[in-house]
Design a protein around this ligand. Structure first.
Ligand SMILES: [Zn+2]
Length: 128
């Protein structure tokens, strides 16, 4: 099973996976609001435009944020919360091999954790 997953990860023809680890990698493991660097487990991702306000789960609307900033921003847009984004989020265009190497280095705990962090996120979440 582990082998099958490794083979699947090596598929270089796929676009950059929309996953937690790749979002964190794109943003350099820095909170996009307070600009500080954090460890993976201290980071979360933030919907720039909240889902409740029509925001989507896309590369352009998801940024890395620390728990503190994420709580502070809550269900507001950056303008409403008076918080400035470090940079405009864009869809990355890296070589997936590079992505995988970085991902493994930053999640040394176990393969299971790595797969959790590198799990593809739903493109369009079901609203509750
Ligand atoms: Zn922060």
């Amino acid at each position: 099973m582990r082998l099958l997953k490794l083979v699947r990860l090596r598929d270089v023809h796929r676009a950059v996976k929309f996953s937690r680890i790749n979002i964190f990698t794109r943003d350099g493991y820095s909170c996009q609001y307070c600009r500080h660097k954090f460890r993976t487990e201290e980071l979360t991702f933030d919907h720039v435009v909240p889902i409740a306000k029509g925001g989507r789960k896309t590369w352009e609307n998801i940024v890395t944020a620390c728990w503190r900033c994420n709580n502070k921003k809550s269900g507001r847009t950056p303008e409403e919360a008076g918080m400035k984004l470090l940079k405009k989020p864009v869809k990355p265009r890296w070589n997936p091999i590079v992505t995988i190497t970085i991902g493994i280095r930053n999640t040394p705990d176990s393969w299971r954790d790595y797969f959790y962090w590198n799990m593809e996120l739903d493109a369009d979440p079901v609203e509750t």
